[in-house]
Design a protein around this ligand. Sequence first.
Ligand code: FCB
Length: 519
Amino acid sequence: MKKLALAVVVLVLSVAVGLFVAGKPRQQAWTSGWASDQALTFPKDFYFGTATAAQQIESQSPSDWTAFELDVIANKRTEHGSAPGVAKPGHIAALDQFSQAVRTRKTDYDQRYAEDFQAAREVLGNNAYRFSFEWSRLFPRADMTRPDPAAIAFYQGVLDSLKAQGLTPFATLFHFSSPAWLWTEQDGQRGWERADAQQQWQRYVDAVLEHFGGQIQHWTTLNEPMVFLNAGYLDGVFPPLETRADPAATGPALAAMARAHAYAYHAIKQHAQAQATSSGQPVQETWVGITQHTRAFEPWRNWHPLERFAARQIDEIFIWDLLDALESGELTLTGTGFSEQIEGLASTQDYVGINYYGRFYVEVDMANPAKPIIHSHDPATDQWVNDLGWALYPKGFGDVLQTAYERYNKPIYVLENGTADQADNDVRRQYLLVTHLAEMAHAMQQGVPLKGYFHWSLTDNFEWAEGFTARFGLFALDYANDFKRTARPSASLYGRIAREGLQPALLQSLNDLQPPRQP
Ligand code: FCB
C-alpha cells in the first residue's frame, strides 16, 4: 500500500514538473551568447578534416555490404522506406537508378584520391583526413594468411598522397563492412558471433599494423557500434539484415566487438613499443579509441514522464554504455539485463570519439511502451531539417561535448558531423557548419579539450541503405557525368573557417540564412 502511494506521488510530481517544463518553448536551436562581436578561433594545432569510409567511396571489395548490394540489384529490392530517411528493410533506395560503373566504383576514389586530397587542402584548408581500411580488401578470401599485396599497395598510395598534401591520417579499422566470408555460418553463428571472429580480426589488425603502424598515430577501432547493431540486428536495414526482437540479444555481438577493440588497442600500443625498441627511437605517441553516433534525445512531449524517462534510457544505452565500458571493463546495457566483464577492456580509451547528427524525439506509445517511436524532427518546431528529415540542432552538439568531457575528462575528437543537403546552394549545410563549429569553439572556451573536427563528408558517396540518394558531400558528385566533382558553397565556407576561425561578420551573416521551405 505504501509503495502504491509513493508511486502515485512520484507520478503526480513528475507530471507536474513535466507540465512546468512543457509550459516553456522547446530549447532554442543554438547556445545564445556566442553570436557576439568577437571572433571564435581555433588553436594552431587543431585538426580540421573530413571523414570517409571505405565501403562508401572505394571500389567494391567482397564484403558483406557488397554482397547485399549485388543481391539488392539481382532481386530488385530498391524501394524507399515510408518516409525520407526511413530505410525499407532489405532494400537500398533507388540503387538501380545508378549505373553499374557507379555501383562498383562508388565515387571513383580509387582513381581520384590524390585530386580529392589536394582539394581537401586547397579548398577546405584541411590538415587531416579520416578514412577506413577495408578488411575484405586486405583479406578477400578466408584462407589467406597474408594480406593481398594490391590492397597494401593501394593504402600505401593513400598514405603517401595524404603525406604529400600535409594531411594527418586518422584511420578506422571497422566502419560497418567486413568480409563476406566471415558471415558464412559456423556452428550456427555468423560474423562477430562466430567462435573464430577474434582470431580473424587479429590477423587483419596485425596486418594493418605491420604495414602501416608506423605511419599512423590516430586510430578509431570501431565506428558507431550501436548504429551497426541497431541497423543490422534489430531493424534489418544493414547486413546481416536481422530483426531480433529483444535488444539484449545484441549483447553477444557487442561484447565481441568490445573484445576486438581491446585487442586492437593493446596491439597498437605494443606495435609502437616494439618499433621503438628495434629502432632505438622514442615510442611514437598513439591515440586510440572508438567513435559513437550521438544525438540529442528528447521527449516527444515534454510533460510526459515516461517519454522523459525513455529519452534518458536511450541516451544511456545508445551513447554512453559502451564508452563507460572502455573505462571500467564492464559492458552493461542499460535496461536490457545484459552485462559482461571483458578482459583487457578497462582503460582503453585515449580520447572520446563523437559523431553528432542532431536531435531525435522519443515517443512512448502506451499500447507498446517497450518499443518507443523515434521522430527525427518535429514539423511544428524544427525549421532546419535535412533531406533525410533530420532536425539540425547545434545546441545538442555543445551539450554532448560537455557531457563527454564531464564523464571522462579526456581529449575529444569530433570524428563526424554533417548533413544531407543536395541543393546546389546548400544553405542547410552552411548553417550546420557555422553553428556547429561555433558550438565547438564555445565549448572549448568553457574548457572542453577538443582536438579536431571531421566533417562528414568530403564528397557525396554511397550512404548505406539510402544508396546514392542522400548527399552529404562538401563536393557534389555528378554520377551521370563521370564522377565529376563540384564544390558546394559550404566547401569554401569550411576553408574560410579553418583558416580564419569564425569572424564576427561570418557569425552575423548567419542571421541572413533562411531555412528552405519544407516540402
Ligand atoms: C554515420 C556513419 C557514416 C555516414 C553518416 C552519414 O552514422 O558513420 O558512415 O553514413 O552517418
